[in-house]
Design a protein around this ligand. Structure first.
Ligand code: OSB
Ligand code: MG
Length: 369
C-alpha cells in the first residue's frame, strides 16, 4: 500500500431521533471520515466515532481533525506499507487520540483488504457469515415511551435490548421493564454515572436478571469496578475504561469485569481490537461490538470485526435506518430477524455513495504527496 491522496471530510447528519445518555443528549452528529487513495487507485474508507463534545471520552470531532491534519495524514502520505500493523508502529509516538488514529487505521485495513481482493472481515480473521444484533435505546422522557420502543424493537427481532440508565432513572425503570418483559435479553448502560457510594442501589439491580451492567463507575477506572464486581451478581461489562490491550489485561486480572464491549475507535483500530478479542478468548471473557451512533462507514467496520469468533453477545451494530433518514453507503446496513449478513464484496463490502457524502459534507481538505 502506498497512500498517495487523502481526503478528510467532516459530515453533519441529523439523527432521526434525539439520543440521550447519562452524559447528554445528541440530536445530530458531526464526524470525520477519511478517504485514502492508493497508488494503484484502490480506495480505503474510515470514520471516526468521536462526538462533538468530550462527554463519552476526551476526544471530539475537532480534536480528531487537528490530529488527523497535523500529524496522522502527513505521516502516512507517500509511505509504503506491507501491512496495517506497520502503520500502527509508525504512529505509536502519538499518545492516545485513539479515535483519530482509528479513522486512518481502519481506512488502511479497508485498503489492505481491497488490494488483496478479499472482504475485510476475512483479513481480520473473522469466521462468521452472519451476526446477531441488539439495539441501544436512549433515556426516554416517559416509561410508556420506553416500553413502546422496546416492544417495537423486540417485534423487529433484535437479540439484545440495551437501555441507558442514570441516577433517578434506574432501578424503577428496570423494574417497570421487567414487569412487562420478564424474559427478554436485557442490559443497562450507565456511561459512568455512579460511584461506589451507590453500591446499595447497584445491588438492587441484581434482582432483574440483567445480561450485564455496562460501565457503572468512573470512565477511567478498573479498581472500583473490581470492588463492585465482588459485591454484585450482575456481570459488569466495561466500555469507557478499556482503551487498549493493556487495559483489558489489567481489568481481567483484577476481576473488574466479566464481559468487554469492544469499540474499534475507543481502542485505536482493528489491530488493537483483534488483540483484545484474542486475549478475551484465552480468558473466556465474551465480547461484543459497541457503537458510537456511526454512519455507514463506521457501521461497516463494526460489522466486519464482529465476525470474529469471541463476539459471542449481540452488539450495537443495528441497521442504518435506526439512526439516519438515509445513509452514506450502498446498500444500507439491513437487519432481518435481528441478523446482518456479512457483505461478500472486497474491503468493507459496501459502496460509499459519493453524492450522499457530498450532500452532508460541511468541510473538506485534500492532501497529496
Ligand atoms: O456507551 O455505548 C455507548 C452512543 C454514543 C456514545 C456511547 C454509547 C452509545 C450507544 C449507542 O450506546 C450505540 C450505537 O451506536 O448503537
Ligand atoms: Mg457504553
Amino acid at each position: 500500500m502506498q497512500p498517495k491522496k487523502i481526503t478528510l471530510r467532516k459530515l453533519q447528519m441529523k439523527l432521526k431521533q434525539p439520543f440521550t445518555t447519562s452524559f447528554g443528549t445528541q440530536t445530530e452528529k458531526e464526524f470525520c471520515i477519511l478517504e485514502v487513495e492508493d497508488k494503484n487507485g484502490n480506495i480505503g474508507w474510515g470514520e471516526s466515532g468521536a462526538l462533538t463534545f468530550p462527554g463519552y471520552n476526551e476526544e471530539t470531532t475537532i480534536t480528531n481533525q487537528h490530529i488527523l491534519e497535523d500529524f496522522l495524514i502527513p505521516s502516512i502520505l507517500g509511505n509504503s506499507y506491507d501491512h496495517p500493523d506497520q502503520f500502527n508502529q509508525q504512529i505509536s509516538y502519538i499518545r492516545r487520540n485513539r479515535m483519530a488514529k482509528s479513522t486512518v487505521e481502519t481506512a488502511i485495513w479497508d485498503l489492505y483488504a481491497k488490494n488483496n481482493g478479499v472482504p475485510l472481515y476475512k483479513v481480520l480473521g473473522g469466521e462468521k457469515k452472519d451476526i446477531k444484533v441488539g439495539v441501544s435505546i436512549g433515556i426516554k422522557d416517559s416509561i410508556k415511551e420506553l416500553l413502546e420502543t422496546i416492544e417495537e424493537k423486540m417485534d423487529k427481532g433484535f437479540h439484545k435490548i440495551k437501555v441507558k440508565i442514570k441516577p433517578g432513572k434506574d432501578v424503577e425503570v428496570i423494574r417497570e421493564i421487567r414487569k412487562v418483559f420478564p424474559d427478554i435479553p436485557l442490559m443497562a448502560d450507565a456511561n459512568s454515572a455512579y460511584t461506589l457510594k451507590d453500591i446499595d442501589l447497584l445491588k438492587q439491580l441484581d434482582q432483574f436478571n440483567l445480561l450485564m451492567i455496562e460501565q457503572p463507575l468512573e470512565h477511567d477506572d478498573i479498581i472500583h469496578h473490581s470492588k463492585l464486581q465482588k459485591q454484585i451478581e450482575t456481570p459488569i461489562c466495561l466500555d469507557e475504561s478499556i482503551c487498549s490491550y493493556e487495559d483489558a489485561k489489567n481489568a481481567i486480572e483484577l476481576g473488574s469485569c466479566k464481559i468487554i464491549n469492544i469499540k474499534i475507535g475507543r481502542v485505536g483500530g482493528h489491530s488493537e481490537s483483534i488483540k483484545i478479542h484474542n486475549l478475551c478468548k484465552e480468558h473466556n471473557i465474551p465480547v461484543w461490538c459497541g457503537g458510537m451512533l456511526e454512519a455507514g462507514i463506521g457501521r461497516a467496520h463494526n460489522i466486519a470485526i464482529t465476525s470474529l469468533s469471541q463476539f459471542l453477545i449481540p452488539g450495537d451494530t443495528g441497521p442504518s435506518q435506526q439512526y439516519w433518514h438515509e445513509d452514506i453507503i450502498q446498500p444500507e446496513v439491513e437487519v432481518k430477524n435481528g441478523i446482518v449478513q456479512l457483505p461478500s464484496g472486497n474491503g468493507i463490502g459496501y459502496t460509499v455513495d459519493k453524492e450522499k457524502v457530498k450532500k452532508y459534507t460541511v468541510y473538506e481538505k485534500q492532501f497529496t504527496v
